[in-house]
Design a protein around this ligand. Structure first.
Ligand code: ASP
Length: 323
């Protein structure tokens, strides 16, 4: 049997519903621990409760701790796979952070649940078993960090939470899942083409994320300049365009040494330097804005946070964001 490390971090998967009030909350005892015996028939499992946090409370600090814990267990305990249980709200962010920072090819699978442990149709125990099965699969080696829920296997890079409450919430727009979980087997039908990792020891930077909208002016950008972040990611319009009133302040921001990365608020497609009008992608590119490659805003923010630990050079950052 393969040696699998299960790390619990909290989230709905580890919560219970108060039948009187309907409120979902944490209890003293993590209900997921009740399933450890059942999992022992699939793998040689070691269970750690690293945190007991709802995922809106997860920060880069916890993500980094997880990375270090995984790398330590690979060396000290010779684990062959990792499963992380996590709240679904920021699950894709933790999964992506680990995807670009963990220096290993072993399967790392992140899972969660949309219904708490004592609700009718609770999906947590089933998702946990599926995640452990995927983590033991030889085919999952070298696939990068995977997200497994609702019988689907997704890449950390492409998956996103698309629905506030439906159990089929995790989808990979434009790409689809990498594989499926069925009663008998784990089947992969695609493979990721690129795996990029950055070996970082700490997170020392501050990167903010901003969403553009019709008629946006420079007010928020001016406020951002006063806090002097180390980087800014903007979810731009369409193929990578911004309202013209933002441009002068954007120039000021970049002149003050703050790198600006552009993604699209569309959830399919890439940003490109196409339009040659004030605020258009071509002009933004000429100004020095870095174009990303289809990542959503929250993941581009993490990528900038991580890559800024390696370099602050504009061209090197642009190269990394083309990957
Ligand atoms: N709000 C919860 C969390 O992310 C949602 C969940 O776990 O599904 O912790």
């Amino acid at each position: 049997m393969k040696k699998i490390l299960i790390i619990h971090t909290g989230g709905t998967i580890a919560m219970m519903e108060d039948k009187e009030t309907g409120a979902v909350q944490q209890n003293q005892q993590n209900p997921l621990l009740l399933h450890t015996d059942a999992l022992s028939t699939i793998a040689d499992v070691k269970v750690e409760e690293l945190f007991q946090l709802p995922s809106p409370h997860i920060t880069e600090k916890e993500m980094l701790l997880l990375k270090k814990q995984i790398e330590k267990s690979i060396v000290e305990d010779e684990i062959e796979g990792v499963v992380i249980t996590h709240g679904t709200d920021t699950l894709e962010e933790t999964a992506y952070f680990l995807d670009i920072t963990v220096q290993s090819d072993i399967p790392i699978v992140v899972t969660g649940a949309m219904r708490s442990s004592n609700e009718l149709g609770a999906d947590g125990p089933y998702n946990l078993i599926s995640a452990v099965r995927v983590a033991t699969s030889d085919s999952a080696v070298g696939m990068g960090v995977l997200v497994v829920l609702n019988d689907e296997i997704h890449t950390a890079k492409n998956v996103t939470k698309t629905h506030t409450s439906n159990i089929a919430t995790f989808q990979s727009p434009q790409y689809g899942p990498l594989g499926i979980v069925s009663k008998r087997e784990i089947t992969f039908h695609h493979m990721p083409t690129i795996r990029e990792t950055y070996d970082i020891e700490e997170i020392t930077k501050n990167v903010v994320l901003l969403k553009a909208y019709a008629g946006m002016d420079d007010q928020v950008l001016r406020a951002i300049r006063t806090i002097q972040p180390n980087g800014l990611v903007i979810e731009a319009l369409g193929q990578g365009n911004l309202p013209p009133k933002m441009v002068p302040e954007l120039r000021e921001l970049m002149d003050s040494g703050i790198p600006v990365v552009l993604v699209s608020r569309c959830f399919n497609g890439y940003v490109q330097d196409v339009y040659n009008y004030e605020g258009g992608g071509r002009r933004l590119k000429d100004l020095g804005v870095i174009f990303s490659n289809g990542l959503n805003g929250q993941k581009a923010r993490l990528k900038l946070l991580v890559t800024l630990e390696i370099t602050i050079d504009h061209d090197e950052l642009q190269e990394m964001f083309y990957k």
